[in-house]
Design a binder for this molecule. Structure first.
Ligand code: BG6
Length: 491
């Protein structure tokens, strides 16, 4: 990854975390910053400001944060004390002029400010305008925006316009935390640092691709947000399409942020839009019912929301990429809540050999090669290869399928051990000014164009979500999606 064209910064720096008491800040951002600090990776002298509307003092905020953060792997009391001493809590509302002016007074003169927007995206425009008016957003400021950027193309354009009114695209870092995951970056290394994958990476040798992001949790308290979005907007628009882009993109000429992002946009532009008819045939929407997970009863999505709702908690679809490399190669995507397992994986299924010479061995012995990239819960890359079963075969050579494994935990488990939070990588890149792993404005808008078309096709085809049981792999139609063309999901 190369550093950006932004000038390197000397002098005082601060990170302002807007939404400092929210769920994302608590679960991901403060822990990531703490670990970066513990490893000596935060810029020297960086001060941290936590801003939220919640009334409270600096002391009460830090007492809560201390309780949340203590006991983390590799963090002792001294490290935690040092980290907390960098932070200052500011109770206020930056979406109004007085709130932003108050923040400016407290921060005082700082050479470079970075703002992390861990807020509802509906507040981004007002926050940007007021921070700018208060003199806080300068030409060297950086703005980190959390997903979702909008709920459709129109609202995402409105947010992007409001942000562009206060900062140049080079100052904006749109987060998709999947891009910070180690194995996702490894996909780039695997494809472009080895000679033997690239010539095979086409519809001539690849039969189909599967991308699954399955979660066991339900929506729970997040339903006010989730019910407005559903699985397609919450997961497909961003994480799944990003993974699809990294699998399908052409080799970029270098790792410059714009080279990579330009290739991803080309893939998004080549995605075949869904129509009324193709949505009915190639998409499945689902919603989880009441049931039980590991013996404990779980509520239905409808019970969690407390009213009738048509929002999907599961989606599976067969996508087509209309370009020379991928013509005729289905990309099957599947994501859902309350599924059988927490599992994120990409499967590249190769075609069978064109002619088998192992007739006597029984054709069931010969299975096509498969590359499986596991992202969660384990990080692993496996290539299944056929080889001969050892022994004195009678009646012909017997074959077996053996995985060649690049298990990241087995290979690197000893070195540092702890698996990093995806946000650590991304925050570090923000401090370094490297935008490679961040999403460009046209990428976000192109992904929304695809999702808007999908939602429109679902509405026209009146496709309501089908019920599925918790602990399953979604509605039965999801199996039909692959089976109709003689394929099957790899679980
Ligand atoms: C978020 C979605 O972006 O990603 C959540 O809003 C989802 O609904 C989460 O649970 C999944 O992230 P991860 O890293 O746990 O797979």
């Amino acid at each position: 990854m190369q550093s950006s064209d932004q000038p390197s910064i000397s002098g005082s720096r601060a990170l302002v975390l807007l939404g400092a008491t929210g769920d994302l800040a608590k679960r991901m951002l403060w822990p990531s910053l703490l670990h970066l600090d513990a490893d000596g990776l935060l810029p020297e002298g960086l001060s941290l400001f936590g801003v939220a509307r919640l009334q409270g003092t600096d002391e009460s905020f830090k007492a809560g944060l201390r309780a949340d953060l203590s006991g983390r792997d590799g963090i002792d009391a001294k490290v935690l004390d040092r980290f907390l001493s960098r932070i200052r809590y500011v109770s206020g509302d930056v979406t109004v002029p007085e709130g932003a002016a108050h923040l400016a007074e407290i921060i005082g003169p700082v050479d470079q400010l970075t703002f992390f927007f861990a807020l509802s995206p509906s507040l981004y425009a007002a926050a940007c305008a007021n921070l700018k008016a208060a003199g806080l957003i300068q030409d060297n400021s950086r703005l980190v925006l959390e997903k979702p950027i909008g709920r459709d193309l129109e609202s995402s354009k409105a947010i992007n316009r409001a942000v562009a009114a206060v900062a140049a695209e080079e100052q904006i870092f749109r987060i998709d935390h999947y891009l910070g995951k180690e194995t996702v970056q490894n996909l780039i290394a695997l494809r472009f640092a080895n000679t033997f994958f690239e010539p095979l990476w086409t519809g001539r040798t690849i039969d189909h691709v599967q991308i699954t992001i399955a979660e066991t949790e339900g929506i729970g308290d997040r339903w006010p947000y989730y019910d407005e979005y559903g699985a397609a907007r919450d997961m497909v628009q961003n994480h799944m399409l990003q993974l699809l882009c990294l699998v399908a993109m052409e080799p970029p000429s270098d790792l410059d942020p714009d080279s990579v992002r330009t290739e991803k946009v080309k893939v998004l532009r080549s995605l075949r839009p869904f129509t009324h008819a193709s949505a009915q045939q190639h998409c499945v929407r689902g919603q989880y019912q009441a049931g039980s997970i590991q013996g404990a009863p779980t509520k239905s999505y409808l019970d969690e929301v407390g009213r009738e709702t048509d929002t999907e908690t599961f989606v599976a679809m067969r996508c087509e990429i209309d370009n020379w490399r991928w013509a005729g190669v289905p990309f099957f995507l599947r994501t859902g809540k309350r599924m059988a397992e927490r599992r994120t994986k990409i499967v590249i299924q190769f075609k069978p050999v064109p002619h088998s010479i192992f007739q006597q061995a029984g054709s069931e012995d010969l299975s096509p090669n498969r590359l499986v990239i596991d992202l969660q819960p384990d990080e692993d890359i496996k290539l299944t290869l056929m080889n001969k079963r050892p022994g004195l075969d009678q009646g012909g050579m017997r074959l077996q399928n053996m995985p060649l494994s690049l298990s990241l935990s087995a290979s690197y488990g000893g070195e540092g051990g702890r698996r990093r939070i995806a946000y650590e990588r991304l925050l570090l890149d923000v401090f370094r000014g490297d935008r490679t792993l961040f999403v460009r404005r046209d990428e976000v808008e192109q992904a929304w164009t695809f999702i808007d078309g999908l939602e429109k096709a679902w509405a026209e085809a009146r496709m309501s979500p089908k019920p599925y049981l918790p602990g399953s792999w979604g509605p039965s139609g999801a199996f039909g999606l692959t089976e109709r063309s003689g394929r099957e999901w790899v679980d």
